[in-house]
Every structure is written in C-alpha cells, then in structure tokens.
Design a protein around this ligand. Structure first.
Ligand code: PHB
Length: 393
C-alpha cells in the first residue's frame, strides 16, 4: 500500500541517518498519527516534495518519539485537487483515526478539509496554502506557512516609495492570486502608483507568453507577479524569452516566483528581482545556515519557503504534544498552539492566539549572485507581521 511503503521508506531513511543497520518499528508503544496530505504529483509537486523532505529532516534531527508517544506519518497524495483532499482527509480520519491532518499545498485543498477538521475536532496544520480566509474556516486550523497579504502589502509600499510608478500585474487566477493582487494594488495605488495592465493566468499549466507580450507593450516600470511555488522557473524563462529583462522591466512580487528551490536555475534574467517574503535560503542566521546545510546534505537540493513552512509545522505539532503531555485531545492541542513562539530558520515566529495564523518577519530581498549562485539577499526587515487580511470582527 502506498502509505505503508512510504512509512517504511521513512523509517529506513531515519535508521540510515542514525547509523542503524535496520529499521525496527516499535511495537507496543502508543502512537500519534499525523495524516499528511500533499501534492506529490502534478503541477504543485515541488511543494509536496519540499514539505515531505523538511518533515523527514526534522524527525531525523529530533527523533520520532514525543511525550512518550511514537509519531507516525501517513502521507497521501492529493495532486492539489480538492476533491481528492477531501477523500484523503475522510479516509485518514475515519479509517486511520489520525490525530492531526496537515500539509495542504494549495488553498482549495486547505478549505476542502476544514469542515472535516471541525467535525472530528482535530487540528488541521496548514503548511503551504496562503489565502487569508483559510484560518477563519475552522477553529481547528493553525497555519505555519504565510499569507499573501503579509508580503503583498509590504512590496506594494516598497514599490511606491522606490521609484516604481507603473506596474503591470500577472497573478494566478485563484484565491491566493486574488489576495496577492488586491493587497498589492491597495498599498501601491495608495502610495501613488498606477496599474497599467492586469492579467490573470490559469493555475494549471499556464502559458505566460501571450500575456507577457501584452505586459511588455504596456511599458511598465515593473511586472508584479504571483505564481504559486513551482511555477517561477517557467515564468522567468518566458519573461527572458520575450525580452522583458532587456526592455528594463523589473520583476517584483511576493517571493513565491523567486522560490529558492528553483532560483539557481533561472539564470541571469532573475538578477535584480525584488520580492517581499518570509524566507530566504540566504537568511544570515546560524540556525538557517545549519538548516540549509542539513537539507542540502540529505536531499541534494536547496530548501525553499515551503520546506521551512513544513519544518515549522512539524515543530508546532511536537511542541504542542509536549505541552499537552502527549494528550491528543484536539481542543487541548489547539490551546497549546495558540501563542506559541519559537526561532525558525526563517527568523522568530509565533502563532497569533486570536487568529491561529502565523506572525513572522517579512523581508525585502533582491536577487544577487553570491559565490556563483543566485540568492534572494535580504536588505530590509519588517518585524512580527500579522496577517493584514483578516476580516475585522
Ligand atoms: C495557495 O494555493 O494558497 C498557494 C500555493 C502556493 C503558493 C502560495 C499560495 O506559493
């Protein structure tokens, strides 16, 4: 069975890392089950892979026993299709009796699972999706990723204050794309900026080329781009092919388009792109240097913002279990998560006790070449940013 073979391969990796000769699962120990629902196939697969990797790494580093209980991960691939997310969550809750559901590579997936978390009274830990409304859909949702509003407002202000007067926008045509667009527009136009062209591209297999020509013709100072993790490489390839870089049109946006996972393969067209985001592989803390080195060693690739969101998601689950003394009562776990604060590879973060959403630094970064590799180099920090997208109650 897919789930079982996945679990065995996880045990084998952990054993190999620990220098053990064979993976012998503990028998009589009580287990805590985490149903991890991620896109492991399809257009969002890089998100699933990053989160799976980061959770493996965390468990290698911190062990698979918390508060006397063995942690068991049951991974299901939903391909980022919300109907499949729902079926996966139902099976995990009803048949496998999981104590948590976690992951959720896209907003529609996180939303599809929300009523099930409420009904089962178990935490839904959102490790990827970024639309503001998600945490309002169930009192059992806690988020360790980000909201688009956190970055879009900050880059909107920055652009208006830094000589960018005309912007053409390109956003993925679904909920987080709309958040990315609306929060940027609100702040950028309030600062005196003008939107000269607005295009929305489909989420699945977008062809950017026809839109890029239109954007180039509108002669903006910059293109503001939101595409979800995994699509940035393709966007930048077509941006360069259409000669927008040569025409002096800058790329700005939330940092999703400049995912560290893909950045190094984008080539020099990415140089100078300025984005606001929660995480850079170049974040200059010792903790992040260690995280990047360990991730690279284990998986031979660079961690991006989805990896760090997964790493923090599993940390939140471990720490909540420690606080409840191993109790898996959903209400106790949610109470334990509210207000929790810790140091992440991205910097200091916490869970807002009122909204259960993440509070984190947002950094403005510019793509530069460092030792022959492309990095998002942070040059300004906005501390402890709450989600600006929450509806006022
Ligand atoms: C989302 O669907 O909420 C989403 C996915 C990938 C991103 C950002 C948001 O990079």
């Amino acid at each position: 069975m897919f789930v079982r073979s996945k679990m065995l391969s996880w045990a084998a990796t952990a054993a190999a890392v620990a220098g053990l000769s064979a993976a012998v699962p503990a028998q009589a120990q009580e287990t805590v089950k985490i149903g991890l629902i991620l896109p492991m196939t399809g257009g969002q697969a890089s998100t699933g892979k990053q989160i799976e990797n980061a959770i493996k790494l965390y468990m290698q580093q911190n062990g698979d026993t918390v508060a006397g209980k063995k942690i068991e991960i049951l991974l299901k691939d939903d391909g980022a299709v919300p109907d499949k997310t729902k079926t996966a969550a139902q099976e995990l809750i009803v048949n496998d009796k999981v104590n948590f559901i976690a992951g959720f590579g896209v907003t529609p997936a996180a939303l599809a699972a929300a009523p099930l978390a409420t009904q089962a009274k178990i935490p839904e830990v959102v490790m990827a999706a970024g639309t503001s409304i998600i945490t309002e859909r169930s009192p059992y949702i806690v988020r360790t990723s980000f909201t688009l509003a956190q970055s879009a407002t900050i880059i909107g202000d920055w652009a208006a204050k830094n000589g960018i007067k005309k912007v053409a926008t390109l956003t993925s045509d679904y909920a987080p794309g709309n958040d990315a667009l609306n929060f940027f527009k609100q702040n950028f136009t309030a600062g005196g900026g003008e939107i000269v062209e607005e295009v929305k591209v489909p989420l699945a297999n977008p062809d950017f080329a026809p839109f890029l020509q239109r954007m180039k013709d509108s002669k903006p100072d910059a293109v503001y781009v939101f595409v979800p993790a995994g699509q940035g490489g393709n966007f930048m390839k077509q941006y360069a092919e259409r000669g927008l870089d040569k025409a002096g049109i800058k790329v700005i946006g939330p940092g999703d388009v400049m995912d560290d996972d893909l950045l190094n393969n984008m080539g020099d067209a990415a140089l100078g792109a300025v984005t606001a985001h929660l995480y850079s592989a170049a974040h200059p803390s010792q903790m992040n240097k260690d995280f990047v080195a360990a991730y690279k060693k284990a998986f031979n690739s660079r961690p991006g913002f989805m990896a760090v969101s997964g790493y923090d998601g599993i940390h939140l689950i471990y720490e909540a279990l420690k606080k409840t003394g191993g109790s898996t009562d959903g209400d106790k776990l949610i109470a334990a998560m509210k207000g929790m604060k810790w140091e992440s590879p991205r910097g200091p973060i916490s869970i807002d006790p009122d909204t259960r959403d993440i509070v984190q630094n947002i950094y403005i970064r510019k793509v530069e070449k460092v030792d022959g590799e492309l990095y998002n180099v942070e040059f300004a920090t906005f501390e402890a940013v709450k989600d600006p997208g929450k509806t006022k109650k």
